[in-house]
Structure formats: structure tokens, C-alpha cells
Design a protein around this ligand. Structure first.
Ligand code: S3P
Ligand code: PEP
Length: 446
């Protein structure tokens, strides 16, 4: 296991020989959070296999316990949740602490908003800085009330839910699966149809899980890239078994590492290929990456494939803004790949990166600068001038952000001099076995 978020553990990565081997990265974080929440919202026992046992998901599990669920771990990645059902939630006796996790906090605000209960929400210093009004604005329209909050509706906050939430039609002003999901989760207990319209389609795990648990949900195209989701409220959710596929956002790290470390040839098994999550793979293929999908199949209701990845000569590309939702968490590691490409890579429309665990646009730019990679920011676009190498030698400030830590450790595996990240503790939020798994492929970390 890697360090945990409450320890500060720096680590250096240095030039490695070709990576080799087969790995399976942990379960998808988005589906893992939702497994706990849907388990809570159905009466009876939900079984989960392949759960991501990262700090973010464990915080959501703890919150579900405080709201009335009985949750037990029965084996590695195997969990059982006994839920209380829609309408059956209890007001928790202590604050729900989501640690570093935006997904857990925001989705649970939706759940609480749709129930006549009051709950306190809190998180770590990173989560306390992140905007919450984006979910609270529609939830207030549905009848929830903010009892108290930090400035601008930020955490810590106390939310009083609505016993009879009002079903609304909501057009999301930002492309965010968390906002969409919060509204739908509140809408589960609303008498009538709750509609969410998104201009850009975002990950659809909540919609899929609603259907899997027996709710009536319809999804139709909206405009050029968007969707309209209609949920019929007050369904009786049936506990349903969940098999969590491997997280494409975690797979991104060994994948890019294999592309940039000369001589690499690896296989990453069972990676979820949900079309709304694979923008990085599309982009890397455009850059000339040798990624072959082997044994494409369906597991747990999602397309998955084993990805064979070999070191590749990459070239710079233009990444369209409308692709951002399908690779939103992958830009830090794409910026690293871009440094090792020839020519400019332009990543357009990265405004949402500014409100993640850190300001990722600033953190990536600082990390590139510290390691001698030419780049610039124009508005919300990041342009990396690739020269097929990075000098390295830099110390990267990770700002409590797991993806910044992992992306720059990957850079160090192929840069001229080692790259040091100031803290690896937060890697445990999403990919607790990152360090040992990468070492197993041949990564030099010290
Ligand atoms: O719904 C989800 O599970 C997530 C949605 C995304 O956030 P936004 O909704 O803020 O884009 C993503 O960055 C996050 O890691 C997980
Ligand atoms: C943005 C992320 O997660 P969250 O919003 O759940 O903190 C992430 O994992 O990159």
C-alpha cells in the first residue's frame, strides 16, 4: 500500500528500463462511490465485487453507515451493504467527513437534500476550498435548505433536506457528472419526474446504476454533444449485485508510463471502456500511441478490454474542448505524455481543472516548469511544447492532489534527471497500490 493522506511522504522517480508485465488497476472510483450510495438507498443486501478501497470511497462508506446502512467488508474488494431504502435515512449524529473527495460530498448532498433529515458535511483543507454552490443551487430549488456554511456555500456546511423534494428540470451550467448526479439522487425521493439536461454528456454511471437498481430512467440526446435524463421519482430500488470494472482514470498512469519509457510493453487488464471515460485513449491514439484493445468484453454491465501498451513515438495534437468531460481527470498525465511528444499539444477548455483537488492547471504548469518543459497557458487552454524529453530534476508541489503526484512520478520514469513529488500520501484516495504496482512493472521509485 502507498502512504495515507495523513502522512506526508515525498518520493522520487528516476529513469527506468522498459516497463513489463500485466497489471489490473483498482476498481473505478465513480462506480465505487455510487455502489455504496445505491446500497444505502435500497432495502436489503447489495453485494459489491472489485470495490476501490481508497480513502475517498471509504469516506463515502462511513457516511452511508452514519445514515443507517450496515456495511461490511467480506474479502478483498468484496463488500456487503444492507440499505435502509429511499425515505428510510436517519439524521446522522456526527458530521459526514468526506476527506479529499468531491464526488462523495456532492453526491451525498443530493441524497440528503431529498430526505427530511439534517446532516453536516465536512472535508479536508482541499475539499473545503472547492465550490459547492454548483450542487446546492439546484438542491435548494428542490426544497433543501442550507442551515449554515462557510463562505460561498463551502464546507463545512449543514444541510436540511426536504421530506417532499420538488421534482425539477435542471439545465447544468457546467459539464459535471457530480452536479447531474446530485440532482438525480435528490430526485429519487421526489414525487414526479426530475429532469437533468446537460449540454455536454458527462460520465453516466448514476443513470446506469439507477436503471440497474430498477428505477425508470430515460436518456435521450440533446443538442450536438448533450443528453436529457428523465427520472421517475420514488422507485423502489432493488438491491442488485455490482461488479466494479478497473478504473480508466487509474489505468492512465501505467499507460502513459509505458508509452514514454523506452522499451516498455505492458498489459493493463479489464479496463472500463465506457465511451464517456476514454477521451485519453482516443487522444493518445491520435498522438500515435501503440495501444491495442485485447479481448473486448462486457463485465458488470460495462465494456472492458485488456490494453496492451508499448513505448511509442508520440506527436503533438489539438485536444478539442468538447472531449474534456470524457477525460477530465486525465489532463495532468496527458500533459506529461505531451512533454515526451514531438511538437505542440494544445489542450482546450480546461476551466474545470481549476476546481479539482487543487488548481490543476496551475499545478501542472508549475510541475512542467520545475522540470524544464516548455509550455504556456492561454485563457483556459494549456499548450505543451513537446521535445520528446523532460529535463526533470524538479521538486513538484502536489497540493493534496493525488493526480498531480502520480502524473509527475510518471514523468520521472523517463526524464533525464529524477523528479521528486513533495507528497504521495493523497495517492491513497484513488489508487492505494500505485507505488507497489508501478514498481512491479519496473518503475524506479526511491
Ligand atoms: O461523478 C463522478 O464520479 C466524478 C465526476 C468528475 O467531477 P465533475 O463532476 O466535477 O466534473 C470527476 O472529476 C470526478 O473524479 C468523479
Ligand atoms: C476530481 C477528482 O475527484 P473528486 O472530485 O471526487 O475529488 C479526481 O479523482 O481526480
Amino acid at each position: 500500500m502507498s502512504a495515507s493522506p495523513d502522512q506526508i511522504v515525498p518520493l522520487s522517480a528516476s529513469r527506468s528500463r522498459g516497463l513489463a508485465g500485466r497489471v489490473r488497476v483498482p476498481g473505478d472510483k465513480s462506480i465505487s462511490h455510487r455502489s455504496m450510495i445505491f446500497g444505502l438507498l435500497s432495502v436489503g443486501e447489495t453485494t459489491v465485487e472489485g470495490l476501490l478501497e481508497g480513502a475517498d470511497v471509504l469516506a463515502t462508506a462511513e457516511a452511508c453507515r452514519k445514515l443507517g446502512a450496515t456495511i461490511e467488508r467480506v474479502g478483498e474488494g468484496a463488500w456487503r451493504i444492507r440499505g435502509v431504502g429511499v425515505g428510510g435515512l436517519l439524521s446522522p449524529e456526527s458530521a459526514l467527513d468526506f476527506g479529499n473527495a468531491g464526488t462523495g460530498a456532492r453526491l451525498m448532498m443530493g441524497v440528503v437534500a431529498g430526505h427530511g433529515i439534517t446532516a453536516s458535511f465536512d472535508g479536508d483543507a482541499s475539499l473545503r476550498k472547492r465550490p459547492m454552490m454548483r450542487v446546492l443551487t439546484p438542491l435548494l430549488r428542490m426544497g433543501a435548505e442550507i442551515v449554515s456554511s462557510a463562505e460561498g456555500g463551502r464546507l463545512p456546511l449543514v444541510l436540511r433536506g426536504a421530506a417532499d423534494p420538488v421534482p425539477i428540470t435542471y439545465e447544468t451550467p457546467v459539464a459535471s457528472a457530480q452536479v447531474k448526479s446530485a440532482v438525480l439522487l435528490a430526485g429519487i425521493n421526489a414525487p414526479g419526474r426530475t429532469t437533468v439536461i446537460e449540454a455536454e454528456a458527462t460520465r453516466d454511471h448514476t443513470e446506469r446504476m439507477l436503471a440497474h437498481f430498477g428505477a425508470e430512467v430515460t436518456v435521450t440526446p440533446h443538442g450536438d454533444h448533450g443528453r436529457r435524463i428523465v427520472l421517475q421519482g420514488r422507485p423502489e430500488l432493488r438491491p442488485s449485485p455490482i461488479v466494479v470494472p478497473a478504473d480508466p482514470s487509474s489505468a492512465a498512469f501505467p499507460l502513459v508510463a509505458a508509452l514514454i519509457v523506452p522499451g516498455s510493453d505492458i498489459v493493463i487488464e479489464g479496463v472500463m471502456m465506457n465511451p464517456l471515460r476514454i477521451g485519453l485513449i482516443t487522444t493518445l491514439k491520435e498522438m500515435g500511441a501503440d495501444i491495442v484493445e485485447l479481448d473486448r468484453r462486457v463485465e458488470g454491465g460495462e465494456d472492458v478490454a485488456d490494453l496492451r501498451v508499448r513505448h511509442s513515438a508520440l506527436k503533438g495534437v489539438d485536444v478539442p474542448a468538447e472531449r474534456a468531460p470524457s477525460m477530465i481527470d486525465e489532463y495532468p498525465v496527458l500533459a506529461v505524455a505531451a512533454a515526451f511528444a514531438s511538437g505542440e499539444t494544445r489542450m482546450n477548455g480546461l476551466d474545470e481543472l481549476r476546481v479539482k483537488e487543487s488548481d490543476r492547471l496551475a499545478a501542472v504548469a508549475a510541475g512542467l516548469a520545475a522540470n524544464g518543459v516548455d509550455h504556456r497557458i492561454e485563457g483556459n487552454d494549456l499548450i505543451v511544447a513537446g521535445t520528446e524529453r523532460a529535463k526533470g530534476g524538479g521538486l513538484v508541489a502536489t497540493h493534496m492532489d493525488h493526480r498531480i503526484a502520480m502524473a509527475f512520478l510518471v514523468m520521472g520514469l523517463a526524464s533525464d534527471k529524477p523528479v521528486t513529488v513533495d507528497d504521495t500520501g493523497f495517492i491513497a484516495t484513488s489508487f492505494p497500490v500505485f507505488v507497489p504496482m508501478m514498481r512491479g512493472l519496473g518503475a524506479e521509485f526511491a
